[in-house]
Design a protein around this ligand. Structure first.
Ligand code: IVH
Length: 591
């Protein structure tokens, strides 16, 4: 029990505070269940005040904390049809009659939030924290454009809506699946590893210190419950009435809840959500069953972490077994090596998959994954395939542990990254694999948009033309292209014209295109507003105590240190002066 508790608290820390879990929800739930079974079997050994009964703490220390008026609880989870039916039987027993109405809702997979509206106006948004007090993330929630600032005072037919003096609305902030896919497409186009899970991205985003970063990600919200609600006479008498209030106030609510009047109906409704899951536009990881009657809820009460009148049911992820054919290493534009598993193609959750990121070398070691193994593949958050384990019984007798290379597969430079570090990097900034990625990013439509400079051309420029960086593009002449067998005629002229045109791309696209860590499109626009050109940005990107930093005030400190580190590298400064020397003249553009 102690071992399990220690392990769980390690994973809680990663999940709640760092928004970067290293195991799947299913694996976490298995640990939790194992602990619960031990506690049940050996109550005498299980000490009082079990941490397994507490609410995970998401406070980061980065925000002011705010005390909830009413505690913000979590949910009890059930793992089987039997558990769920037992829950319904408890509701019936408590009611003293068979006629119990339940509401079945999707379990939204995002970050829990409590939003206070006073006299109809949004005044505060707070994360769950430890249940009693959480991080005040109001500025970030206000950065979500679609988030309603006011409760609607009248219905569409003109009749007035009752507006409470104060209400703490409880709900979830999540990333719609289409938005998650868009963000990942952009990242992959830039040669960066995709985010693994929409929930972690939503959690990481809402805990950003810079509200502008939040605005760039299309977060959404849904309200499914409440804490304080004044005056008391206005409170809803049922969960269904609450849903109607939310709709009348013009807030995003649970659109497609179902109702059930028996254990069978409840189970049918839960399964219907599981079946419809691929059709939903938001991430869902289960269903929640709630007693409809608020009077009944009050009678049942709550433990210190969850109400007795509600129960979550987690859907199990679809899992397939397939043979691992290879582990390849992708080199990103900052030189980080990402191992990727290539396996025999399989159908999973409606798509054909054959690759999964292994994130870093620790992950391979943790799974003890070997080429030739039969591995289990699941879709993390229903979206991104992930290897979750190995079928030990089918391991070939002659298999060998995977040996992570010590030299870069693309340029043979010794890799850096100590045994304790997860990320392994090729330090050679002229590594052809990195240069290719950097050029791809720079030339992409999101950056300076050099049409005709696709992956094949870039490959030729790097391997046959020996181009070592962005400035090399601007030194290209017609005869170089001919020598690289990239054509002599119209296509070569078109490419040269596109490169020439890019010299006057917008400044923010240049800044974004340089590939400075942490400088995405949003930060690049902010920098372009502050600085007149690349020289000014370079000049101001100096250590904190230097007098020479006009324009850096009020910028996110992490961003500033990334800029400083980037421009501390002589080769990056050289890159900027070479660009300017070759006639690059970015325009300010519309910002
Ligand atoms: S009700 C007092 N309803 O799941 C009851 N929670 O794993 C409070 N969640 O802490 C929660 N969808 O963050 C409720 N339809 C839903 C939900 C939901 C997602 C979240 C919530 C909760 C967590 C428990």
């Amino acid at each position: 029990m102690e071992v399990l508790r220690a392990e769980l608290s390690h994973h809680d820390e990663l999940y709640y505070r760092k928004a970067a879990p290293e195991i799947t929800d299913a694996a976490y739930d298995r640990l939790k269940r194992e602990l619960a079974e031990l506690v049940r079997a050996y109550p005498a050994l299980a000490k009082a005040a079990l941490p397994d009964d507490a609410v995970g703490d998401d406070r980061t220390g980065k925000f002011p904390v705010y005390r909830h008026r009413e505690r913000m609880l979590s949910l009890e989870k059930s793992y089987s049809e039997t558990d769920l039916r037992a829950f319904y039987a408890r509701l019936v027993r408590q009611a003293g009659h068979e006629d119990v109405t339940c509401v079945v809702e999707p379990k939204f997979d995002g970050v829990a939030i409590s939003v206070t509206y006073e006299k109809g106006a949004l005044i505060r948004a707070v994360t769950r924290g430890n249940g009693s007090e959480g991080d005040d993330v109001t500025a970030n929630v206000l950065a979500i454009r679609s988030f309603p600032r006011e409760l609607r005072r009248a219905a569409s037919d003109g009749s007035p809506n009752p507006i409470p003096d104060l209400i703490e609305l409880r709900g979830e902030i999540y990333l719609p699946l289409a938005e998650f896919a868009r963000i990942n497409r952009e990242r992959e186009a830039e040669g960066e590893a995709p985010y693994a899970h929409p929930r972690n991205l939503a959690a990481g985003t809402i805990k950003q210190l810079d509200p502008q970063e939040v605005a760039g990600r299309g977060l959404s919200a849904v309200f499914y419950g409440w804490g304080a609600w004044e005056p008391a006479a206005m409170r809803a008498e049922s969960q269904q009435e609450f849903h109607r209030c939310v709709r009348r106030w013009g807030l995003p609510g649970v659109e497609k809840y179902r109702t059930a009047q028996s254990a069978d109906e409840m189970w049918t409704a839960v399964q219907a959500f599981d079946r419809d899951r691929p059709k939903l536009a938001f991430p869902v990881d289960g269903a929640v069953v709630k007693l409809d009657s608020v009077a009944g809820q009050r009678e049942l009460g709550a433990s210190d972490h969850a109400p007795h009148w509600a129960m979550a049911y987690k859907f199990s992820p679809e899992r397939v077994e397939t043979r691992l054919q290879a582990i390849i290493l992708q080199i990103g534009r900052t030189g980080v090596l990402t191992p990727v598993a290539e396996f025999a193609p399989v159908q999973l959750g409606g798509t054909n998959v054959s690759r999964a990121s292994l994130h870093n070398r620790e992950e391979i070691a943790r799974l003890d994954l070997r080429v030739g193994d039969y591995a289990y593949v699941e879709k993390a958050g229903e979206i991104i395939p992930a290897i979750v384990g190995v079928n030990a019984a089918r391991r070939p007798a002659d298999s060998r542990p995977f040996v992570f290379p010590t030299i870069c597969p693309a340029c043979q430079t010794a890799l850096i990254g100590d045994a304790g570090e997860a990320a392994v990097r090729c330090p050679n900034e002229e590594c052809p694999a990195q240069v290719r990625r950097r050029l791809q990013h720079f030339a992409s439509a999101a950056c300076v948009n050099i049409t005709g400079l696709g992956p094949a051309t870039i490959d030729a420029l790097v391997t046959r033309g020996g181009i070592k960086g962005i400035p090399g593009l601007y030194r290209l002449r017609r005869e170089d292209l001919a020598a690289m067998r990239l054509g002599t005629g119209k296509s070569a002229d078109r490419l040269l014209a596109a490169i020439e045109r890019s010299k006057q791309a917008e400044l923010w696209r240049f800044i974004y295109g340089l590939g400075i860590p942490r400088v995405g499109a949003v930060a690049a626009k902010d920098l372009a507003r502050r600085f007149d050109g690349l020289e000014a940005l370079t000049a101001a990107s100096v250590p904190r105590d230097s007098p020479n930093r006009p324009g850096m005030d009020g910028l996110n400190p992490g961003l500033v240190s990334s800029l400083t580190a980037f421009f501390a590298e002589p080769h990056n400064r050289t890159m900027v002066s070479e660009l300017i020397a070759s006639g690059v003249r970015p325009i300010k553009g519309k910002l």
